[in-house]
Unconditional design. Sequence first.
Length: 385
Amino acid sequence: MCQNCQSKVVGTAPFRVDHVGSFLRPKELVEAREKFSKGEITQEELTKVEDKAIIELVEKQIASGLKGVTDGEFRRAYWHLDFFWGLNGVDHTQAKIGYQFHDETTKPDSSDVVGKISGENHPFVEHFKFLNELAGGDVVAKQTISAPAQFYFELIRDEEHIAQTNSIYPDKEELFADIIKAYKQVIAEHYKAGCRVIQLDDCTWGAIVDDRLINLIAEGSGLNPEGIRETFQKEFITLNNGILEDLPEDLVINTHICRGNYHSTWASAGGYDSVADVLFGEENVNAYYLEYDTDRAGDFKPLEKVGKDKKVVLGLLTSKSGKLENKEEVIARIKEASEYVPLENIYLSTQCGFASTEEGNILTEEDQWKKIKLISEIVNEVWGE
């Protein structure tokens, strides 16, 4: 890898034409994963199929003009759980019920703490090395991992998870300290492997903006709804900022905020207003990839809380449908957002990936590349890039 070229490209991350990270799995990969789950092929045979699919995907990303490339999360079943399962002291378990989405429920896969958490030898590091070799000097390989706040949220998702977590970590401060230490270890190993751009995917903020969810928690606990939201914000920012301290100067860490993206459905609704002060004002990331494809995300006014040196990637195009957005309407929304964030600090993407889980959203591979092309056309008209 040409390190000088790598540094030159990374200096512009995020990119004006950008994407969140996951792509639809090709048929060959889907079939191979199914065979592997049934014991019909070996891990080595599955890896060969994954490698081939990732090579082809990176070629398509580069051909489409993207400057930041990912492996499409092709080696994962979920955008978040696979990362948790790769941590030491964490097991792949089953919850009583899957995540509740609008009109759909996911599989009940989950994670439980079964021992002290640490981050040595995370399998994602080897996955990144393979991607990085494919990237070359003209594009940068981006690694997507779930945020530490998301990991904590998984460990307290219901009473059973809370009881299991408390059995290993009766002291929350010790739990937080070990989560932060584990993540910093994983990040350090990625950096050593050549990673210079990491994206923290985080649905926690998108969950707690939803008054319905907060009220449900309040009803079950007898606590004040706003007190619950405030507590969560303090915990999330403690965890996320905890891993952002003492990092190498040339390591860029961004975050993606989402309200759920499963099989073209969503999980929560609400604008950023109630979390803007903490999320936009205090989280020490370089840029925010923000869901803004529907009115469920509210208006742009909360963006005035974004620090002047931070960047905003507007997710104005949806990844949940193959229907192409009206170009002029998107441009008008970019101009509206620029009333709160300088235009030079605004970038463009879909609101989420095309396949946050291996099931993927309900659109075709051709549709997803048309979305990327449309983003490129809009960026050219607005920024001349």
